[in-house]
Every structure is written in structure tokens, then in C-alpha cells.
Design a protein around this ligand. Structure first.
Ligand SMILES: NC(=O)C1=CN([C@@H]2O[C@H](COP(=O)(O)OP(=O)(O)OC[C@H]3O[C@@H](n4cnc5c(N)ncnc54)[C@H](OP(=O)(O)O)[C@@H]3O)[C@@H](O)[C@H]2O)C=CC1
Ligand SMILES: O=C[C@H](O)[C@@H](O)[C@@H](O)[C@H](O)C(=O)O
Length: 281
């Protein structure tokens, strides 16, 4: 396993190429055990969010792992697009729940909550200021965004003193988000691929099983390998020990050009491709 392989972010920081997802991992034993297992099998990058309600369990697992803090990469996310002051308080609350002095990456979770739709650019700018302060106060090492589209990123890039290093969006073979991915690339923003397994729906694409058999790998491993091949940073989630291990065992093979091209052709196949403007909060 090579879970220590990294990408280099535009600010020079190293980020482990696979992150461990925790959305819908229930606060308490479930999230605690999942993160503990992930750290035991070698993941060094954990993705959580204030709205997941599991920061305390994630923090406890991190502490109990005994792994040195500087060997870990921890991400959490800001939910409410309130005032700059609200955002400062939200960061402090996340740090307290996690039991950490700093997080490695802090993201705006969604750009466009319904209540603020007409003035999302101002809302994003206000909270971005608090996130930049977080960097200056050493509470955060890097800042970024999630679920942002070019129309959200463009105004943010105009006002940002510290540029976003990451945009975390849904990317898997059935929802390839080409326009956002291209925009990210053009602005030196790393694409983190959330729901890399389509929250489990990717397994409905039966053709993937044939490819997996060929490499003596599982469908999950093939799909995650595809994500790495494209230069994305996949964030697989599982609360099942065997799957946590399986999803990390993706560094000893590569897919042929032909298989990559086939997987590229699966956009929309599991019914996951969506218009993000329709799902925004
Ligand atoms: N920024 C954002 O708005 C969002 C961020 N995310 C982040 O991305 C992470 C991953 O996305 P998520 O939507 O959770 O889903 P994934 O695409 O990672 O899929 C997780 C689902 O697949 C199952 N699964 C995992 N591994 C395997 C395997 N090897 N074989 C078969 N089934 C498997 C899991 O089951 P089980 O757990 O029961 O093993 C779970 O049901 C999130 O946890 C979160 O950290 C996700 C959504 C939105
Ligand atoms: O990160 C995961 C997703 O964004 C998730 O947090 C939201 O979709 C949330 O469940 C909601 O209901 O608003």
C-alpha cells in the first residue's frame, strides 16, 4: 500500500492522494471505529465536516491512534454562510470538537445555500475572510471550497487574498463534472473527488465487473484507480473494515488506456450525472 503518496497543492503543501470519507458515518462507535481502522491500515488523510455531526468521534479516533499530528492530514468544512464572525466561531467549534489545534484543510461546504442564492458571492467572500484569518492564526494550513462551479469560483478568486487550493466535488465515472474539473485545472485547484463510488451506486454498472476481473481487483478498486489516473483525489467512505482496507489497496496496478477510455464513456450510466444548480442547498 502506498497511502503515503501525495499530490502537491498550489501553496506547496503535500496532501495524501486518498482521503478517508466520513459522511453518514454515525457519531459514536461507528465513526470512531471506522476512522480508527482507517488509520491502522495506513490512511493518513481524513475528510469530515461540521454538518456530519461526527467531529468528536473522528477526533477521538485520531487521538487514540497515537499517530503524530504532523503525519496526518485532516479536513473539515464550514456549513453556514453567515457573517465573518460566525465563520470564525464555527472554525473554533470544529477545532474544539476534533480536539485539534489546527486542521490541514478547511473548506466552504456549499457555495449557494437557498436562503442566500441571490447574493452568494458576498456570503462566500465574508466567510472566506474568516478562513484566511484561520490561516494567519495557524488554525488552518490551507483553505478551499466544495461544490463550487465556475460561476461561484470566479467572484471568489477576484477577492481572495489566499487562493483556494482544493475544490471538492462529486466525481465518479457516472458523474464526471468535466466543466468544473477543467476550471479547477486551469486555476491550479486540485479536484477532490467525493462520492467516488457514487455513494454505492457505481456498483450498478455491471460492465465494471469485467474490468475488475481482468486485473484481479474489485470494482471499487478499479473505480478508485480511475480517479487517481485522472489526477483526482478520491475520498472513499466505508464503515466496514474489509472495505476500508480494500479501498486503500489501489497502488499496485494501473488501467490500460483502453479501459480508461471505456470508463470515461460511462458518464451518466448509473444515473448520477446531475445539474448541480438543482441540488444546491
Ligand atoms: N463535500 C460534499 O458535499 C460531500 C463530500 N463527501 C465526502 O466524500 C466521501 C465519500 O462519499 P460518499 O457519498 O460517502 O460515498 P462513496 O462513494 O465513498 O460510497 C460509500 C458507500 O459505498 C459503500 N462501499 C464503500 N466501499 C465499498 C466497497 N469496497 N465495496 C462495496 N461497497 C463499498 C459504503 O458502504 P459501508 O460504509 O456500509 O461499507 C457506502 O455505502 C464522504 O464520506 C465525504 O467525506 C460526500 C458527499 C458530499
Ligand atoms: O458532504 C455531504 C453532503 O454535502 C451532505 O452533507 C449534504 O447533502 C447534507 O446531507 C444535507 O442534507 O444538506
Amino acid at each position: 500500500m502506498a497511502l503515503t503518496e501525495t499530490y502537491t497543492l498550489s501553496n506547496g503543501m503535500e496532501i495524501p492522494k486518498v482521503g478517508f470519507g466520513t459522511w453518514q458515518s454515525k457519531d459514536g462507535e461507528e465513526a470512531y471505529q471506522a476512522v480508527k481502522t482507517a488509520l491502522e491500515v495506513g490512511y493518513r488523510h481524513i475528510d469530515t465536516a461540521a454538518v456530519y455531526g461526527n467531529e468528536e468521534s473522528v477526533g477521538r479516533a485520531i487521538k487514540d491512534s497515537g499517530i503524530a499530528r504532523d503525519k496526518l492530514f485532516i479536513t473539515t468544512k464550514l456549513w453556514d454562510l453567515g457573517t465573518t464572525e460566525d465563520a470564525r466561531a464555527a472554525l473554533d467549534e470544529s477545532l474544539e470538537k476534533l480536539g485539534l489545534d489546527y486542521v490541514d484543510l478547511y473548506l466552504i461546504h456549499w457555495p449557494n445555500p437557498k436562503a442566500f442564492r441571490p447574493n452568494f458571492a458576498e456570503r462566500n467572500a465574508a466567510v472566506w475572510k474568516a478562513m484566511e484569518d484561520g490561516v494567519k492564526n495557524n488554525k488552518v494550513r490551507a483553505i478551499g471550497v466544495s461544490n463550487f462551479h465556475p460561476r461561484h469560483l470566479e467572484p471568489l478568486l477576484e477577492v481572495a487574498e489566499i487562493k483556494p487550493v482544493v475544490n471538492q466535488i462529486m466525481v465518479n465515472p457516472s458523474d464526471q463534472q468535466e466543466e468544473v474539473v477543467a476550471f479547477n485545472k486551469a486555476h491550479d485547484i486540485l479536484t477532490e473527488a467525493y462520492s467516488p463510488l457514487g455513494t454505492g451506486k457505481i456498483f450498478a454498472i455491471t460492465e465494471l465487473a469485467d474490468i475488475a476481473d481482468k486485473y484481479e481487483k474489485t470494482v471499487a478498486q478499479v473505480v478508485l484507480r480511475w480517479s487517481l489516473h485522472k489526477g483526482y483525489l478520491p475520498l472513499p467512505k466505508s464503515v466496514t473494515a474489509s472495505r476500508i482496507k480494500e479501498n486503500a489497496d489501489i497502488f499496485d496496478f494501473d488501467l490500460s488506456d483502453e479501459d480508461i477510455a471505456f470508463i470515461d464513456s460511462l458518464h451518466g450510466k448509473a444515473g448520477l450525472a446531475r445539474n448541480p444548480d438543482e441540488v444546491n442547498h
